[in-house]
Structure formats: structure tokens, C-alpha cells
Design a protein around this ligand. Structure first.
Ligand code: ADP
Ligand code: DAR
Length: 343
């Protein structure tokens, strides 16, 4: 077991804040049944001191075995205590979201995704190639039996031409190759084998297989009909759940490799044009903070805004329901549009 890691003075990750020598000594020789160690969990944050949190889980057991380190990180990131329990609500009837941009003046597109992992299987950082390949085979087979507007085709990354891959990424449908954070976490191992994308003909229902989580179930479309996108996602999830069991706990909700996605594992986003408001980023950020929203660039995490278009999404995922996640985004976007109109 390596010695206590050294972090640069300017490290601001939750890992370097909460990994004390005492906790390190307590956990340094422990490993889960899948052989996932403390160092496996913290390697991404040690290799990348500019991480936000810097830890990943290798399996459900990681969240209990390494709780002395993960609980304070989860509590600080999500405001969610170790005795709190997570509640799920995927009922679109509970969402108050008439289209906030019926004339398509501001919202280019809406996307809502959830992460899911297979019950009783290791998560991506600890999975073996054989296990990951089996998940690809089993999930792509389960998806091929979907009918109606959910029916579609699976495309493995390994068999995909570079041109097709680049176009799907450019059009915001496919994931990019794993970044350095995922690399250090062991999530890019054996890339691109075992990875791929399922989508229906309209590309309004998509499933990523074996990216950061074993499934990313996605509903997306042009425009701002957030309720329609959420409704489609809830139907897709319930259909998939008929043949696939997901890792879930009453305390942490849906189990994910990155603790930031625990609970609902939901990110509800719009790509929205805010050319006037974005000239005052302090005001823009203040409104987003009020509604627990995150500002991203238009090509996903760690990307930049282009042409005054921003990716605005809910930040809260754990200790709130899926309806609340989407309502956070909806309410914030409604105010952003109102302020933009007033400028
Ligand atoms: P995730 O949402 O799965 O955590 P990212 O933030 O990296 O992952 O986004 C993944 C992809 O989804 C990127 O190509 C991004 O451009 C696209 N995307 C996210 N939100 C929207 C949206 N509202 N409309 C269109 N594409 C989107
Ligand atoms: N690099 C990790 C990412 C945190 C959230 N994003 C995810 N899971 N894609 C960090 O600690 O910054």
C-alpha cells in the first residue's frame, strides 16, 4: 500500500480536504470483495489534484467499507447525512413544467439522463473485461427487445468508424473518450471494447453502455418541452427495468461510480442561448445558484460555451427526487429566460 499521498498546496478537492492521516491509516489495508482498495478509490484525485471531489467507488461495498472517507465527502457535496435516506419520484404528473419557451427563442434542446449500474456487479472502476463485455451483451440484447418508439439499434464503439463516431459526438449523442479523471479511476480500461450506444431512429431515446456508468439512459429532443422529455425517460426506465435489475440502496439511491451522481443519478439540462445575461456572469451565476443549477459548456463537462449557448442543469442529485431535479432545472431556466427578456 503506497504511503499517505501528498497534495499540492492549492488542492481544493474534497479528497484532499477529508483524507486525514488517521482515516488513511484506518483504511489503507482494506479491500472490497472485488479487490478494490482505498488507493483505487482515491487514485483519480491523487493523479489529478484539480479534481472537484477526486474519488470513485469500485462497487456498492466501497460506500460502506470506505465510509469514513466517503461519507464526509458525500455529506459536503450533496448536503446529505450518513443516516439520511433517499427517495425516488419518477412520476411526470408531479412535475409542473409547461414549455417555458413555446416559440423556441432561447432553448435549443433538452436532455435528461440517468446513470444506472447492474445489481450485484462491480462498478466500472473495479469491473473485469469479461464482466464488462457480458454487460454489453446482456444490456444490448435487452434493449433490442424494446418495441414502439423505444425500438432501435445498438452500435458498439469498437465497430464504429471514426467519421460516424465524430459526427455522433459533434451532434451531442455519443460520449467522448474518457478524460484523465476517468483514466486514473480505471474507467477507460480496455477502451473501446465493451462500450457502445443504443438509440431509436429519431435519436430521442438513447442508452450509453459502459461509459462512466454501465448505463446512461437518455431522453433528448430539440426545443424546450421539458415535460415531454422527462415523460419519455420515465417510460424508457420502467420498460428497461422489466428485464434489468439496477444497483440501489435506501440510503444512497441508485449506486454510481462517481459519488456526485448518487441518488437519482439524474442530470436534466437545456442548451440555451442567453447572449445578454451571459455578459454579466456574476448575475448569471447568482440566478443559477438560487436554483441549484450548474453551468457547463455545450460539449459536456469541462467544455466551453460556444456562440452564447450554455448547458444549464440541476446540480442536486442525492436526497432529492427525480421530479425535484427536473423542477430545479425548469424553475431556474424559466427565471433565466424572464431575466434575458428583460435585458
Ligand atoms: P452527462 O450529462 O452524461 O453527465 P456530459 O455533460 O459530458 O455528460 O454531456 C454528454 C453529452 O450530452 C455532450 O455531448 C453534451 O453536449 C450533450 N448534452 C448535454 N445536455 C444537452 C442538451 N440539453 N442538449 C443537447 N445535448 C446535450
Ligand atoms: N473528475 C471528477 C468528476 C466529478 C463529477 N463529474 C463526473 N462524475 N463526470 C472530479 O472529482 O472532479
Amino acid at each position: 500500500m503506497p504511503s499517505f499521498p501528498t497534495f499540492p498546496q492549492n488542492c481544493k478537492s474534497l479528497l484532499c480536504k477529508h483524507l486525514t492521516p488517521k482515516i488513511f491509516e484506518l483504511l489503507k489495508d482494506k479491500a472490497t470483495a472485488n479487490g478494490f482498495t482505498l488507493y483505487d478509490a482515491i487514485r483519480s484525485g491523487v493523479d489529478n489534484p484539480d479534481s472537484g471531489i477526486g474519488v470513485y467507488a469500485g462497487d456498492l461495498e466501497s460506500y460502506s467499507l470506505f465510509a469514513p472517507l466517503l461519507d464526509p465527502i458525500i455529506e459536503e457535496y450533496h448536503g446529505f447525512g450518513k443516516i439520511d435516506s433517499h427517495k425516488s419520484d419518477l412520476d411526470p404528473n408531479h412535475l409542473n413544467a409547461p414549455n417555458p419557451d413555446p416559440n423556441d427563442e432561447f432553448i435549443l434542446s433538452t436532455r435528461i439522463r440517468v446513470g444506472r449500474n447492474i445489481k450485484d456487479m462491480p462498478l466500472g472502476p473495479a469491473i473485469t473485461k469479461a464482466q464488462r463485455d457480458k454487460i454489453e451483451a446482456d444490456i444490448s440484447s435487452a434493449l433490442s427487445s424494446l418495441d414502439g418508439w423505444l425500438s432501435g439499434s445498438y452500435y458498439s464503439l469498437q465497430g464504429m468508424s471514426e467519421d460516424v463516431k465524430a459526427k455522433l459526438i459533434e451532434d451531442h449523442f455519443l460520449f467522448k473518450a474518457g478524460d484523465r479523471f476517468l483514466e486514473s479511476a480505471g474507467l477507460n480500461r480496455d477502451w473501446p471494447t465493451g462500450r457502445g450506444i443504443f438509440h431509436n431512429d429519431e435519436k430521442t431515446f438513447l442508452v450509453w453502455i459502459n461509459e462512466e456508468d454501465q448505463l446512461r439512459i437518455i431522453s433528448m429532443q430539440m426545443g424546450g418541452d421539458i415535460l415531454e422529455v422527462f415523460t419519455r425517460l420515465t417510460v424508457a426506465i420502467s420498460q428497461i427495468e422489466k428485464s434489468v435489475s439496477f444497483a440501489y440502496s435506501d440510503h444512497l439511491g441508485y449506486i454510481t461510480s462517481c459519488p456526485t451522481n448518487l441518488g437519482t443519478a439524474m442530470r436534466a439540462s437545456v442548451h440555451i442561448k442567453l447572449p445578454k445575461l451571459s455578459k454579466n456572469m456574476d448575475k448569471f451565476q447568482t440566478i443559477c445558484d438560487k436554483y441549484h443549477l450548474q453551468i457547463r459548456g455545450i460539449h459536456g463537462e469541462h467544455s466551453e460555451s460556444e456562440g452564447g449557448v450554455y448547458d444549464i442543469s440541476n446540480k442536486r442529485r442525492l436526497g432529492v427526487t427525480e421530479v425535484r431535479c427536473v423542477q430545479d432545472m425548469y424553475d431556474g431556466v424559466t427565471e433565466l429566460i424572464s431575466v434575458e427578456k428583460g435585458l
